[in-house]
Design a protein around this ligand. Structure first.
Ligand code: KIV
Length: 271
């Protein structure tokens, strides 16, 4: 007996086709069922359960401490919310660098336990064997080049990457290798716009930018940043599409006052 399921969900093939059609791709991070449901309903193409969860969900300074178990836990909620969007889960620091075998084992675990559609890995040539093994195992992989926050201790900060020719040349070379290895998409973070456009034209897979100008095939932002929830974080590339921190504080302030002056709950709000 065959089970026929009508599939209106995004696939990696549809994401690739969007580049061919010249259609821009919109991606946002998400870390929980409730917000992911709203983002999905609003028409996002891809939901990224980023390891930025380490910062915005867990309050860590860096992305490095978040674990595979924690990423799987968060991704399960986002997968349950996604009716349309493709769900990508970030492989955390230390889960794909040690050996190809361990990388594939961890990626397969993420796919099986969270139900996500793809995984994302930071790095170029140095992690190519891991990417090749994952792709051979049937795991769709999104690459990530430029500012790769898991390497913050090597970079010494979150500044613009690939300003100098040598680093720009390596980034272009790495992007071509990731494309040839079968990555279905590549994120470029915080690099000059001209370089991002050059890379986008040089590879066949879609390129998604963050702080990489408008010449890429799509854009990604951290949801909490673009909603204006993350107070005090306003790099040049970030646009606040809402002022949610103010909204939340005002609503909570109103609630606190209503509890204190005993106007909440009123008769209609009581049984
Ligand atoms: O973890 C994350 O949120 C990311 C995006 C910034 C691309 O990797």
């Amino acid at each position: 007996m065959s089970v026929h399921v009508q599939n209106t969900r995004m696939t990696t093939a549809k994401i690739r086709q969007m580049k061919q059609n010249g259609e821009k791709i919109a991606m946002l991070t998400s870390y929980d069922f409730t917000l992911a449901s709203l983002v999905d309903e609003a028409g996002i193409d891809m939901l990224l359960v980023g390891d930025s969860a380490s910062n915005v969900v867990c309050g860590n300074q860096y992305t490095l401490p978040i674990t595979l178990d924690e990423m799987i836990f968060l991704t399960k909620g986002v997968v349950r919310a996604a009716q349309h969007a493709l769900v990508v889960c970030d492989m955390p620091f230390g889960t794909y660098q040690i050996s190809e075998e361990e990388a594939v084992r961890n990626a397969v675990r993420v796919m099986k336990e969270s139900g996500c559609d793809a995984v994302k890995l930071e790095g170029g040539e140095e992690i190519l064997p891991a990417i090749r093994h994952m792709v051979q195992a049937g795991v769709p992989v999104m690459g990530h080049l430029g500012l790769t926050p898991q390497s913050v201790n090597q970079f010494g900060g979150y500044g613009l990457r690939a300003k100098e020719n040598a680093e720009a040349d390596k980034l272009l070379h790495d992007a071509k290798l990731l494309d040839q290895a079968g990555c279905f998409s590549i994120v470029l973070e915080k690099i000059p716009a001209a370089l991002a456009e050059k890379v986008t034209k040089a590879v066949s897979c879609p390129v998604i930018g963050i702080g990489a100008g408008n010449g890429t095939d799509g854009q990604v932002l951290v949801l909490h940043d673009m909603l204006g929830l993350n107070q005090g974080f306003k790099p040049k590339f970030l646009r606040h599409f809402a002022k949610m921190a103010e909204e939340v504080k005002s609503a909570v302030g109103d609630y606190v006052n209503a509890v204190k002056d005993a106007s909440f709950p009123n008769a209609e709000e009581s049984y």
